[in-house]
Design a protein around this ligand. Structure first.
Ligand code: ADP
Ligand code: MG
Length: 253
């Protein structure tokens, strides 16, 4: 039996009024891939993530997860199917503690909710799991502080812990390194590289060093359309990509 593709987009579009942010895009993400999506600001990358995670309904086309059509499913149903996302604009509970943010996601995944919370055994297990995740993303010392007290980079780390708490099989990361220090970016890159291959990663990132370090497949979007998909080397070498994208921003040597 062949593995089903964790994600397939069939001619998916999203309009905002008369503006077409994502325009008939076809894309297949293979099981275990580290697949990056790059493209200039406004290319439609974040909108595309909305269509995959379910925060934005598609105007046309379909989204398939493991071969199943999820185009009309709400976010929670997609999370239950193993789709988790961190968003470009934070979705943390800023007044809750760092640990509580992760704990809520752990409990949501286990389906025990606050009923399970009353059982001491389940509670201890969930707290352990939340602590382990916070260690993994590099936030071991900040558990009791409100999420609002974290630096920008630390909030991004916390978002990754929250996403991992849902035990995703498809992890969507929207510019996770944005606003991070070089040290934080390096740590995050290591964390993503160390994720088990059962987790397929789809990454939007502006930091091309990070993209070329992590990705085995790169898709370039431009003006809402699919411009090219290939290996990092193929994408780097493409004249079409260079004129549409790489030429428009600084690329480190
Ligand atoms: P990217 O993430 O590639 O920078 P976005 O997906 O955020 O691009 O945006 C693509 C285009 O869609 C932009 O021109 C943006 O202004 C527009 N857009 C995004 N969200 C909305 C919205 N809610 N309403 C209207 N236009 C939007
Ligand atoms: Mg974006």
């Amino acid at each position: 039996m062949t593995d089903l593709d964790p994600l397939e987009l069939r001619h998916v579009s999203r309009h905002f009024g008369s503006f077409v942010a994502v325009d008939g895009l076809d894309l297949t993400v293979r099981a275990g891939a580290r697949h990056a999506i790059i493209g200039p600001n406004g290319a439609g990358k974040s909108t595309l993530f909305g269509l995959i995670s379910g925060t934005l309904p598609a105007t046309a086309g379909s989204v398939l997860v493991d071969g199943r059509d999820v185009t009309r499913l709400p976010v929670d149903r997609r999370v239950a199917l193993g789709v988790a996302a961190t968003f470009q604009h934070s979705s943390l509970f800023l007044r809750e503690s760092v640990l509580e943010n992760v704990l809520l996601a752990v409990l949501r995944r286990s389906g025990s909710g606050f009923g399970g919370w009353r059982k001491v055994g389940a509670r201890a297990g969930a707290i352990d799991r939340a602590r382990t995740l916070l260690d993994r993303v590099g936030l071991p010392a900040r558990h009791g502080e409100p999420a609002a007290a974290l630096s920008h980079g630390e909030r991004r780390q916390l978002e990754v812990a929250v996403a991992l708490a849902t035990e995703p099989r498809l992890l969507l990361l929207d510019e996770p390194a944005a606003g991070m220090s070089p040290a934080e970016t390096a740590r995050l890159t290591e964390l993503i590289a160390a994720l088990p291959r059962e987790v397929t990663v789809l990454l939007i990132e502006h930091d091309l060093d990070m993209v070329f370090e992590l990705a085995d497949t790169v898709t370039v979007m431009h003006l809402g359309r699919h411009l090219k998909t290939g290996s990092p080397d193929e994408v780097r070498a493409s004249a079409e990509v260079q004129s549409a994208y790489l030429g428009t921003m600084e690329v480190s040597p």
